[in-house]
Design a protein around this ligand. Structure first.
Ligand code: ADP
Ligand code: MG
Length: 249
């Protein structure tokens, strides 16, 4: 089967500093991949490069056979990139909901802008996505009235409303109070069970072990080791992976 996402030779520098030093990996449709690694190893940069929120310096990214960010050998404009970006639903550490819009409007706006749905269709889709993240009861609330865990679940619904082919999560629970982490992980677990394709940057190692099909360990801008989640987490082969896992447990 052709991979849904294929990344080859991905490099990124900030000034003189090379942050991604040539990453190669593939993601099959339906696969859940956890990307782990120390702070500063390039995890966030990698996710941002996938949809050209940061422009890679070298390498190719293909989603469903289509090259991201480059058309006929030329860099695509933001306007040309918009439909490609819509295929990847991003969830960040900080949720960035619009405070002046209701929960439903926050989700509907994604569907309207990105997928060009009518106001009515977008509203219906928003309610459907809010049900998935168990937020129907706060559909009319302002994001300001919600807990961090609830806001993050709304942010997940917003990403889902783009109808993406791939979900990208960047430490979605890192900014949450500990007692709120579980409700967000539970929603992610339910999405995983639906067969969605997910690439998840996380420090929740137990979650990665239980949910991910595969774990990739990134250090210093290279994939040091990757393998089946349980195998890599329980018995890592590389010294750097062993040291990292020991330290965060
Ligand atoms: P991680 O998400 O694994 O913690 P990042 O991808 O955020 O790592 O960062 C990788 C490296 O790139 C770090 O050394 C960081 O300081 C640097 N970096 C990240 N973003 C920028 C930026 N916009 N400008 C300059 N350096 C950056
Ligand atoms: Mg990061």
């Amino acid at each position: 089967m052709n991979p849904l996402l294929s990344v080859t030779g991905l490099r990124k520098n900030y000034g003189l500093v090379e942050v991604l030093k040539g990453m190669d990996f593939e993601v099959t449709a339906g696969e859940k991949i956890a990307l782990i690694g120390p702070s500063g190893s390039g995890k966030s940069t990698c996710l941002l490069c996938l949809n050209f929120l940061e422009k890679p310096n070298a390498g190719e990214i293909h989603l469903d056979g289509e090259r991201i960010g480059v058309k006929l050998g030329r860099a695509m404009s933001d306007r040309q990139l918009a439909p490609q970006r819509a295929e990847m639903g991003m969830v960040f550490q900080l949720f960035n909901l619009w405070p002046h819009l209701s929960v439903t409007e926050n989700v509907a706006i994604a569907a309207r802008k990105v997928r060009g749905l009518s106001a009515r269709e977008a509203h219906e889709l928003a309610l459907e996505m809010l049900a998935k993240v168990h937020m129907t009861h706060r559909a009319d609330a302002s994001p300001l009235e919600l807990s961090g865990g609830q806001q993050q679940r709304v942010a997940i619904a917003r990403a889902l409303a783009q109808k993406p082919k791939l979900m990208l999560f960047d430490e979605p629970t890192s900014a949450l109070d500990p007692e709120l982490v579980h409700e967000v992980l539970k929603v992610m677990e339910e999405l995983a069970a639906e067969g969605r394709t997910m690439l998840i940057v996380t420090h929740e190692i137990a979650f990665a072990r239980d949910i991910a099909d595969r774990v990739m360990f990134l250090d210093g801008g290279t994939i040091v080791e990757q393998g089946p989640a349980r195998e890599l987490i329980l018995s890592p082969r590389e010294a750097r992976t062993q040291a990292f896992l020991k330290q965060i447990r």
